[in-house]
Write a protein that binds this ligand. Structure first.
Ligand SMILES: Nc1ncnc2c1ncn2[C@@H]1O[C@H](COP(=O)(O)OP(=O)(O)OP(=O)(O)O)[C@@H](O)[C@H]1O
Length: 295
């Protein structure tokens, strides 16, 4: 077991921000935490890393409580760039972590090389762009080659080239055995790196078994779409009609029932298209009632 989050509750004053959050990461995988602005992602990550305390619940990392300071040799938390000091260089930041963790200058340089920050390593952070700061934060978080890497918005403010670089680096670290939990608003990027997405809504983690969203969406074009909708709904099959196409969330087996029902009722099927459902579609489905969809 790499991470076990159990029944976490957290409020700020009267505002309940996290309600009974439970999930686990059992193997080295890349898991994303997604939710609108203010949904509690940073709060949850700070509780997991013991920077904030929960009202109730428990976090265990690598089979130890997160109150055990020893685990910080084996995990890392990349926060936003407010943790950086403008008047220090990138190297100073890395040296500080290396001193705390008993790591060598060679390890600093090797990691800096890997992240691609050697050319500005000895400049003060006040001269860094947002992307350069993100890369330094990533170098700081990966210096100890953690077993669990937690990242709050690692892709924030990165241009496409930098995003690709960070994405590839995360995939590489994961292949080497690092489990990764990251929060992000970049849903297209999330689909490229993650194996699992946790959606936070109103302080609650949506059921991890999002089977209804895991199903494919079939777009079916028929000669009488409105009649088809009526027929399908009578048989308990939910469908939406737009631009004369029917959208049906279905698995591969039950789509056969839909087709035979349409054919039996003498409708002509003009086209069938299978659409892969990505995190953005799932996000819209989960948060469609939200007034301010924050992507
Ligand atoms: N120290 C604090 N005191 C009071 N309220 C807070 C505090 N920190 C966060 N909150 C509130 O808790 C809620 C969750 O905030 P949090 O920063 O965890 O959300 P988030 O999902 O990370 O948001 P974002 O995507 O904008 O970074 C918000 O309503 C926020 O205003």
């Amino acid at each position: 077991m790499i991470l076990q989050v159990q029944n976490i509750h957290k409020s700020y004053g009267k505002q309940k921000v996290l309600k009974d959050i439970t999930f686990t990461i059992d193997k080295p995988e890349i898991v994303a935490l997604v939710g609108p602005n203010g949904s509690g992602k940073s709060t949850l990550l700070s509780i997991i890393t013991n920077l904030l305390s929960a009202e109730s619940g428990e976090v265990r990392i690598l089979n130890r409580t997160n109150k055990d300071l020893g685990i910080f040799r084996e995990i890392s938390f990349m926060q936003d760039n407010t943790v950086l000091y403008d008047y220090l260089t990138g190297f100073d930041h890395l040296q500080f972590i290396a001193d705390l963790q008993g790591l060598t200058k060679e390890q600093i340089m090797e990691n800096a090389e890997r992240i691609g920050i050697t050319s500005y390593l000895h400049k003060t952070v006040s001269n860094y762009s947002l992307g350069m700061k993100q890369h330094l934060l990533l170098a700081m978080a990966t210096l100890n080659r953690p077993k669990l890497l937690i990242l709050d918005e690692p892709l924030n403010g990165l241009d496409p080239t930098s995003s690709i670089k960070v994405r590839n680096l995360l995939i590489e670290l994961n292949k080497e055995g690092t489990a990764i939990l990251l929060s992000s608003h970049n849903l297209a990027e999330i689909d490229r790196v993650t194996s699992r997405v946790l959606f936070l809504k109103d302080g609650t983690l949506m059921d991890e078994d999002l089977s209804q969203f895991e199903q494919a969406c079939y777009l079916i074009t028929v000669n009488q779409p409105l009649y088809a909708v009526e027929l399908l709904q009578k048989s308990g099959i939910q469908t939406v009609e737009s631009n004369e196409k029917l959208s049906i969330y279905s698995n591969d087996t039950s789509i056969h029932e839909v087709i035979s029902l349409l054919v039996k009722n003498e409708l002509t099927i003009l086209d069938i298209e299978k659409k892969v459902i990505g995190s953005e579609d799932r996000y819209r489905k989960i948060f469609e009632a939200e007034k301010d969809i924050a992507l």
